[in-house]
Design a protein around this ligand. Structure first.
Ligand code: GUN
Ligand code: FE
Length: 423
């Protein structure tokens, strides 16, 4: 394909590359090159001309909860632990009903498509059948996804608390089945968080990770009460991070930990050593009064970070909103910690595209050989009345745009229509 338009991406943290009225050439699933003038060898090929629109990398969301799409905007009067008990667990318990799950999953995937999240790593629920259905539908959708069957065998309501051996057996069944039947969707090991998983379950999941070379996702140090609870559950292990590490759950360069707001120096060193990706969830941290992750500090220490929505701790799955919230919370953090410069919108945009895309490989920027995942962005009528640079248009989209501004989506080198239009 050859696309023409205003091409904007962030190949490096803090650097925006803009090609006004540039050309983007793809070959198969990948970007072949980005040019100011079209190289002569492509001169007689058909062109998709997006005119004044922006062509930007699609968003990757490395931390969100698919069932909680139903809970967006509900229950932010509570902090994490009572929020889970009051709002989250009752909703997740409904996913024992497969017909219900199917309807939610289709709407969920349509919604990710709409907001421009074309690669994701999502928690499903503990239910094997519902998790499998999400994997199948994800495969059909054309989006690229990692899906986790949630594991929890302690401190959960009866409807969600699993038998340890059954939890491991169900997980292994999904691993094998997804390897045989799916190509674009994979399983990610998903112990909910330390308080929900016994040592024996964590140990078993660590073994599955090793045997099948699997990625892992979970929550880490999100809220002070949660951190204190973990310390009381595991008095013999020096830190929250080391609990996961003890059971083989910080898999090298294959692990996503959401939040990571309350870390000691030793924990940061360990996370860096293991190449763990920290998913910064600014909306969730604000909604659930969890606190502000010292993002600049983490970045300066060389920790891998990305921006994620954490629906439904986050009130919207639109990653653009999380990009804006990242800048806003970082700015507030700087008022208290002037030694940490606030994160700019260009940096936050990188964290939501290339920063997150790294987890999948060569994804998240328009460099040769990278997967071609893109959104075409048009200004609304009001914004179009003012002349703006492509960078300004992107900034406005991030702060107040929505799915109505997204004119087209491409994933893995092809145009991506709405996955389930009849639902
Ligand atoms: N910690 C354990 N479970 C959850 C969850 O569902 N959402 C958030 N934000 N934190 C969690
Ligand atoms: Fe979460």
């Amino acid at each position: 394909m050859i696309l023409h338009g205003n091409i904007v991406h962030a190949p490096v943290l803090g650097e925006l590359e803009v090609r006004t009225q540039g050309w983007l050439v793809t070959e198969g699933e990948q970007v072949a090159g980005v040019y100011d003038t079209l190289p002569p060898q492509y001169a007689d090929q058909p062109v998709t001309d997006w005119g004044d629109a922006l062509i930007i990398p699609a968003f990757c969301d490395l931390h969100l909860h698919a069932p909680q799409i139903l809970n967006r905007g509900i229950g932010y009067d509570k902090e994490l632990l009572p929020w889970l008990e009051t709002y989250t667990f009752p909703t997740e318990a409904r996913f024992g009903d497969c017909a219900f799950a199917e309807r939610v999953w289709k709407a969920f995937l349509n919604h990710l498509w709409a907001v421009g999240t074309l690669r994701f790593s999502a928690f499903a629920t503990v239910h094997k059948e519902a998790a499998w259905r999400l994997m199948e539908l994800s495969e059909q959708s054309g989006l690229r996804g990692l899906v986790g069957k949630v594991n929890m065998d302690r401190n959960a309501p009866d409807a969600l608390r699993e038998d340890t051996d059954a939890s491991l057996a169900d997980t292994e069944e999904l691993i094998c089945r997804s390897r045989e039947e799916l190509r674009r969707t994979g399983l990610i090991l998903t112990p909910r968080f330390v308080p929900s998983t016994t040592e024996r379950l964590m140990e078993g999941l660590g073994r599955l990770g090793e045997r099948y070379h699997l990625p892992v996702q979970s929550h880490l140090a999100e809220n002070p009460s949660e951190v204190a609870w973990v310390a009381s559950l595991h008095p013999d292990i020096p830190s929250y991070t080391e609990v996961y590490d003890r059971f083989g759950l910080l898999r090298q360069n294959q692990t996503i930990m959401a939040h990571a707001s309350y870390l000691s120096e030793a924990e940061k060193c360990l996370l860096q050593e293991r190449g763990v990706t920290l998913a910064h969830c600014a909306l969730s941290n604000t909604n659930l009064s969890s606190g502000i992750m010292p993002l600049r500090h983490h970045l300066e220490q060389g920790l891998r970070c990305c921006v994620a929505s954490d629906v439904a701790g986050g009130n919207t799955a639109a990653v653009a909103a999380s990009v804006a919230a990242t800048v806003q919370t970082s700015t507030l953090h700087t008022l208290r910690h002037p030694e940490h410069a606030p994160v700019s919108w260009v940096e936050a945009f990188w964290l939501a595209t290339r920063g997150a895309g790294q987890f999948f490989g060569d994804v998240g920027a328009f460099l040769p050989g990278y997967a071609f995942d893109a959104l075409v962005i048009r200004p609304d009528r009001l914004d179009a009345l003012m002349e703006r640079t492509p960078a300004e248009r992107l900034e406005q989209f991030l702060y107040h745009g929505d799915d109505r501004n997204i004119a087209a989506r491409y994933c893995g080198g092809t145009f991506l229509p709405m996955p389930f239009p009849l639902t």
